[in-house]
Design a protein around this ligand. Structure first.
Ligand code: DX5
Ligand code: ZN
Length: 213
């Protein structure tokens, strides 16, 4: 299991220190939550702060857009050369076009599905995707409870993924901890995002290791 700590739960007064700590602690990706105050009822960070994160990070960035105007934000963050940019399928009229745009920058493309969105809705996009992110909370905030219907959903996505594009990773975001990591693994999940679980613990390296099952 690959682990992407979400810096949403980091200390923003000591952001470089916290980013270095999770990278030294053996994380696989650094998950960055971009919220615009419209698609979700919260507002986070833009490219000025994320470029500082990119400088401090020794692991690749995984940028999760929770915004209304996806194309504008893709253009804003592409120069930072993240490994992945993901956007919400519920908010995009032309997902195929946007996937092509993300890839044209040499960035891997991912789509995000809210808890209610069925995996079959992206069946005809799967062949073009590098990753699918399944939300296991309603997007907008860290520290929420895990919605466990994501487990059968990941199972269904895995069946589709194995048939259509075995190279596409399955990522889960929200409420991930040592309590549900084994169920996620069994469901076929490849990458987990964990914010509060990692940053609440004194020993963040140990927290990361406990999820690398
Ligand atoms: C929620 C974000 C998550 C959040 C996860 O909208 O997408 O990445 O930081 O936080 P935890 O792990 O605390 O649920
Ligand atoms: Zn996220």
């Amino acid at each position: 299991m690959l682990v992407a700590p979400s810096i949403l739960s980091a200390d923003f007064g000591n952001l470089s220190r916290d980013v270095q700590e999770i990278c030294d602690g053996g994380c696989d990706l650094v998950h960055v939550d971009v919220m615009d105050g419209h698609f979700v009822p919260n507002l986070t960070i833009g490219p000025v702060v994320v470029s500082s994160v990119a400088k401090a990070a020794t692991k690749p960035l995984d940028i999760h857009l929770m915004v209304e105007n996806n194309t504008f934000f893709v253009e804003l963050f592409a120069p930072l050369k993240p490994e992945y940019i993901s956007f919400h399928i519920e908010e995009e009229k032309h997902p195929h076009r946007l996937i092509q745009k993300i890839k044209s920058y040499g960035i891997k493309a991912a789509v995000v599905l809210n808890p209610h969105t069925p995996p079959e809705s992206i069946e005809f996009l799967l062949q073009d995707l590098d990753m699918v992110l399944l939300m296991s909370v309603n997007p907008g905030f860290g520290g929420q409870s895990f919605i466990d219907t994501v487990i059968p959903k990941a199972n269904r996505l895995k069946t589709l993924r194995d048939k259509i594009n075995p190279n596409c990773l399955i990522e889960v975001d929200g409420g991930v901890s040592d309590k549900n990591i084994h169920a996620l693994k069994e469901a076929g999940v490849d990458v987990v995002v964990a914010g509060s679980y990692v940053f609440k613990q004194q020993d963040r390296a140990a927290a990361i290791r406990s999820l690398q099952v």
